[in-house]
Design a protein around this ligand. Structure first.
Ligand code: ATP
Ligand code: MG
Length: 402
């Protein structure tokens, strides 16, 4: 592989843990290069998620070299050639150069190689096959930087063949477009994705969930999901898709990108959160959050001002209230001020409890809960101004009246 250029190494490339890692590998005659997302993002001057490295020796050799240098190493995926190194709390994923021996559309059988070009050729998109030495020397065998500059997600080789090897690449195509692409989508890639959309049925819910949520979290999410729908990619996994109008409105007002919230924005009000949660392998907590986000009732009262906002935040909790508020696209009121409150105000705790009711002579039972609920409603209606003494007095009044 021929060096193509040199970039100024970003901090993570130059810092001490990286130096230690490369020294340990070098001492054992192993060549390592950064690869994939971290190099792509370094070229773009964007922050990175994880540090992936390609190495030209088998994983056992890599492990021995790191252990000899007292760098912690975990055999996270020996069969696939991957070990994880932790140097001074920096985490690196090191994967031995590979070539595909057998593919079935889902899992590949790989063989290790010392041929950098072979390793590059099995990667998905041109700009994901960028490699870098520790000093910033770049290798770009498929002209990925030109595609990156043009905002073009281009399959390495024939798109249909690459998708037949691994159909997850259909979803990755739209995900990377949403993050790094500019319209229009690469025509050949898009057509191949559309032709192969029906094969996505066989993917696992976990993988689809990860791709979908990451696509939704991207700056280009709205165009991407529209294109996915158009290509038939959502037919099986998200037939509920209701268009991107609400998503676009949400994206114009949200203070942080959140995949799950954006998912709620592309679903109709009557979508079944539980069924979708099951299909996309959402956690119980995520499913619950989706359910609350989809619920149109009780409607969020934005026009009601700070008192109504505080009551809502108290009832739903800060996070869910912000979710509902951001999704209440067409409701009138100062949603910006309401959002600021949801982000900054900590709801107080009700100053009385069931124990107080018992001390007033009430017998344990459902009546206690009913009375405390009544005090709570009164306390909320008074905008949380009543202190413990006032709440106790109200409780006493209700007990006497009961
Ligand atoms: P991100 O910033 O989202 O982590 P990434 O490019 O690092 O982006 P990963 O999913 O972490 O994406 O994969 C790391 C690299 O491995 C990719 O850049 C690509 O070269 C290769 N790769 C990952 N998944 C596939 C796949 N399904 N088919 C081909 N190559 C893949
Ligand atoms: Mg990555």
């Amino acid at each position: 592989m021929i060096a193509a250029a040199k970039i100024a190494p970003p901090a993570w490339m130059a810092e001490a843990p990286t130096e230690r890692l490369f020294a340990a590998l070098g001492a054992a005659g192993i060549t390592a290069r950064f690869v994939g997302g971290c190099v792509r993002n370094a070229v773009l001057d964007r922050p990175i998620d994880d540090l992936d490295l390609a190495v030209d020796k088998p994983p056992e050799t890599v492990m021995r070299a790191l252990e000899a240098a007292k760098i912690k190493v975990v055999p996270t995926g020996l069969k696939h050639g991957t070990v994880t190194a932790i140097a001074d709390s920096r985490v690196f994923e090191l994967t031995t150069l590979r070539r595909d021996v057998e593919t079935d559309g889902r899992r590949a059988v790989v063989a290790f190689t010392d041929d950098w070009l072979e390793d590059a050729g099995r990667r998905d998109f041109t700009f994901n096959a960028l490699y870098a030495d520790r000093d910033g020397t770049l290798y770009d065998p498929f002209d990925g930087r030109a595609d990156l500059a043009a905002g073009r997600v281009r399959f390495i080789g024939d798109a249909d063949t690459r998708i037949a090897e691994d159909r997850l690449r259909v979803l990755r195509f739209f995900r990377f477009h949403a993050w790094y692409g500019r319209p229009p989508l690469d025509g050949a890639g898009y057509q191949a994705c559309a032709r192969n959309a029906a094969t996505l049925v066989g993917l696992s819910g976990e993988r689809v969930r990860k791709e979908l949520l990451r696509t939704l979290a991207a700056p280009g999410a709205a165009d991407a999901v529209d294109a996915m729908r158009e290509a038939g990619v959502l037919d099986h996994w998200l037939p509920e898709y209701a268009g991107s109008t609400r998503l676009r409105a949400l994206m114009a007002r949200e203070d942080e990108a959140d995949g799950l919230r954006r998912l709620a924005a592309i679903l109709p009000a009557d979508a079944g959160a539980v069924a979708i949660g099951k299909r996309l392998k959402l956690s119980t907590q995520e499913t619950l959050r989706l359910e609350v986000m989809l619920a149109r009732e009780p409607a969020i009262d934005i026009a009601g001002g700070p008192r109504a906002w505080r009551a809502g935040i108290y009832r739903l909790g800060n996070g869910l209230y912000a979710d509902r508020l951001l999704l209440a696209i067409d409701r009138p009121g100062d949603w910006r001020a309401a959002l600021a409150l949801a982000r900054g105000w900590t709801p107080p705790e009700l100053p009385v409890s069931g124990g107080d009711a018992l001390k007033l002579g009430l017998k344990p039972g459902p009546k206690v809960g009913t009375l405390i609920d009544a005090v709570e409603r009164w306390w909320i209606a008074g905008d949380f101004t009543a202190d413990r003494a006032a709440c106790l007095a109200e409780l006493e009044r209700l007990v006497a009246a009961a």
